[in-house]
Every structure is written in C-alpha cells, then in structure tokens.
Design a protein around this ligand. Structure first.
Ligand code: AMP
Ligand code: GLY
Length: 423
C-alpha cells in the first residue's frame, strides 16, 4: 500500500520510520517532510495545512492511507474532506479536534463527563477576567481558548502576570481569535506525564507512558518550548495509576464524545498532572505528541499500519499492542536562541557517524538539504534517540550519540530523563 504522512517535524519522521517497517507498505510520501524523512520517503512540496492540494495529491497518487501529524489540518477539517471522498485517513474530524482546538470545549466535555481537571472559570470579557484574578489572587493559569502554537498557556506566579496575560490575549489579541475567550484556572502542582491512546470511536488502547521536558534549560528553567526531550516509560505512571487514568479520564471522554454524536477516532493525548489528590487533566491534544512519539514508537513492536487500519474500521477490540521492555530517551538539539529568534542554514555534521548504530535513531525536525549538505531550518533541529535496557542505559546511549552531532549554536539539555531516575 501507499501511505502519505502529513507534517514535517520529528514526530512525522518517527511515524514514517515506524510505518516503513510494515510489510504492507510499498511506498511512503510525506508532505512536506524534511531532510531526514527524505532518506526513507518521498517528500512532496505541499504544506501540512493545504488541505485542498493534499486531497488532489492523494487522489492522483492513489494513496491508500493518510496519517496526519500536526493539529492544524485536523482542526481545519482534513479528515472530513477526505472521508467525504471515501479516502482512508487516520485522525479525528474537525468536531473531534475541538478537544485541542478549543480549550473551552475540552473543559465543557470534561465537566460533563466528570473528568478530574483544574477548577476554572471561562471569560469572554477582559475586565471580568481581570476582576476575577484580583479576587482569586495568584498563582493562576491563564489559557487562550484556541490554537496558539503551544504558547497560549501562561502559568502566572503573580496577579500582575495573570492580568498582563489577559491583556495580551484578549485585548492585544496576540493569538488572534484564539483569544476571544480565556480560561483562568487553579494552578496545580505535581509531576506531569503524557498518556496517549488509540481510539476508534468506542474502544481505546493506551500507548506506553512518556514524559516530555517543555522548558529550554536544565532543571526546568527558562521559557516553554515545543519539547526539548522525552523518555518512556514514565516511572511516575504505575500500572495502578494507568488504570485510574484510563477509567477516570480517557474512557469518560471517549464515551462523552460518542454521546454528543461525535465519536472520537484517532490518537487522543492527555496531558496529566499527578497531584496529591490524584491525576488531573491539563489538556488534550488530538494527535501524537512531539517529542513523545520519538520515544514511544521505537518501543512499539506491533505493526502501526494494522493499528491505524483498526482505528479507521472501528475494530480496535481486535488489536493488542506489544511493547519492548527497553526504555527510550530522546534529546532534542535546538538552534541557539530558540524558542526566541534563531538563525537557520547551519551545516550539521556527525549524522553519518550515527547511521547504523544499533538502538540509535536520529529523527530530524528542522532540517533541509542544501547542495548535498544537511543544514538547520527550524528551532528544534534533531531528536537524537536511543534505546537502552533501562532509563539510565538509554540516557547514556543517547548522550553518547548526541556527542557526535555538531552545528553552530547547537543547544541541548543535559538532564533529559534525570527525573525518571530520581523517582
Ligand atoms: P498545555 O498547553 O495546556 O499543556 O499547558 C502547557 C503547560 O502549562 C503544561 O504542560 C503545564 O506544565 C502547564 N499547565 C497547564 N495547566 C496548568 C495548571 N492548571 N496548573 C499548573 N500548570 C499548568
Ligand atoms: N510534547 C507536547 C506536545 O506534543 O504538545
């Protein structure tokens, strides 16, 4: 069969890498892909959110299965458009994608379904939001309702920070219409983890647990990023806690989505805080996490094509996932200055030294080919990933591997996975 993967990051490189291992797959395309993806798939110059041209391409090329990486095309209705044409595509429709595209919608679903989450109030008026902040006092978390490229959540330690966040989001509209509403919620504390589950509308199967590192600097210092590294499994998620998360968070949401006539198909990602009162939901994403995917899929033994087909066919009850006992760690190498301004076009060396090294995978994110060289083209550049017999071993293997990689301004955290060892 022929597969199209939509997107261009480390998550998409990992998806292509895993899908390519299926015996059922003859050819993989990626739109638009990156330099690493181009080594194992054919990259097509169509943007990930250009639904109309993706549809043309899929029809012309007779693609059998389309797998969507990022949230924007899902929220834009790519699945609805493809399904109208009878095409097979992995991901939720636009109504389902509201679980990520509207934090207000996600909160309403959680409240109706009795899912544990932070207490909150929803505002359409900036002044009322500010008055509420003054009455409540800090710390508080201010969230823009809509998609804001991961920047729409402000954890405010002071009242002034929270008020400034409301002003930026609702009055200065720094995220456009995504800031028509804000959620102001209590600030939770605890350890975070990501639980991902395949859902077919009725049935669901969890993937292995993982945890990402959102801040740019060691010891969780500095601004939030798309994710500077990840590890799997996350020891904080004991089998008992996993059961509790499935029963109290994933199942009620899947059931509630069905109940409102919007059965959820695809991958559901729950960002969870393990508080002293138990697991509470921070957010939902309607797609694979990045860089969580880079540490989860290398541990998955089951054919991913088979699983995705079962999701589309509503047949997840016939699937059992099998996992390697190995741990996996991914260290993201980023461009100097990221998540602020950074330069592009820096030549990357050392990639060939890692080719063929057992248990090591270098997933490309912001890279492109330039006259036979591979150069940087984004903030997050590479996810250097390694398996190991336990987390400590995987940490050692991934740090040994990243030593080989060099580019001007390269930055990476030195403490990826350290939290998993302390516990
Ligand atoms: P989100 O985009 O919703 O995942 O939020 C980004 C990050 O903000 C999360 O990973 C948490 O670290 C933090 N966050 C979100 N909601 C809360 C909350 N209610 N309390 C504390 N931290 C939060
Ligand atoms: N790693 C967080 C995300 O994918 O949104």
């Amino acid at each position: 069969m022929k597969i199209l993967v939509v997107g261009s990051g480390g998550r998409e490189h990992t998806l292509v890498w895993k899908l390519a291992q299926s015996k059922q797959v003859k050819q993989i395309f990626a739109a638009p892909g990156n330099a690493g993806i181009a080594e194992i798939a054919q990259c097509i110059d169509i943007a990930a959110d250009d639904i109309k041209n993706l549809l043309h391409f899929v029809k012309d090329t007779q693609i059998d299965l389309t797998v969507v990486g990022p949230e924007a095309p899902l929220a834009g209705g790519i699945v609805d458009e493809f399904e109208k044409e009878g095409l097979r595509i992995f991901g939720p429709n636009a109504l389902g994608a509201r679980l990520e595209a509207s934090k207000v919608f996600a909160k309403q679903i959680m409240m109706k379904a009795g899912v544990p989450t932070a207490q909150c109030e929803i505002f359409e008026d900036a002044q009322q939001a500010k008055d509420y902040i003054k009455a409540k006092g800090a710390p508080l978390v201010v969230k823009a309702d809509g998609l804001a490229q991961g920047k729409g959540v402000i954890v405010a330690k002071t009242e002034q920070e929270a008020i400034d966040a409301v002003a930026s989001i609702m009055e200065n509209k720094i995220f456009g219409d995504a800031g028509n509403q804000v959620i102001i919620e209590e600030c939770l504390t605890g350890e975070e983890a990501s639980i991902l589950a395949f859902c077919d509308g009725i049935n669901f199967i969890p993937l292995a647990s993982s945890q990402d590192h959102k801040r740019i600097f060691d010891n969780d210092q500095g601004p939030n990023t798309g994710g500077m590294g990840a590890y799997s499994p996350a020891p904080v998620i004991s089998p008992k806690l996993m059961k509790e998360i499935l029963n109290k968070i994933i199942k009620p949401v899947v059931d509630e989505m069905s109940k409102i006539g919007c059965p959820y198909k695809g991958l559901l990602y729950a960002g969870i805080m393990i508080t002293k009162d138990g697991p509470k939901t921070l957010e939902f994403n309607v797609r694979f996490g990045d860089p969580e995917t880079q540490v989860i899929l290398p541990r998955l033994r089951t054919d991913l094509v088979k699983v995705m087909q079962a999701v589309i066919d509503g047949a997840l009850d016939t699937i059992k996932l099998s996992w390697s006992k190995d741990s996996c760690v991914c260290i993201v190498a980023s461009s100097g200055g990221y998540p602020g301004e950074y330069q592009k076009g820096k030549e990357i060396s050392g990639l060939n030294d890692l080719k063929g090294r057992k248990g090591v995978m270098v997933f490309h994110a912001g890279t492109k080919s330039d006259n036979g060289k591979i150069v940087t083209s984004g903030g997050r550049v590479l996810g250097v990933t390694a398996l190991g017999k336990d987390i400590r071993d995987a940490i050692n293997n991934s740090y040994q591997a990243i030593e080989k990689i060099k580019f001007e301004g390269m930055h990476f955290r030195k403490d990826i996975g350290a939290k998993a060892i302390i516990e």
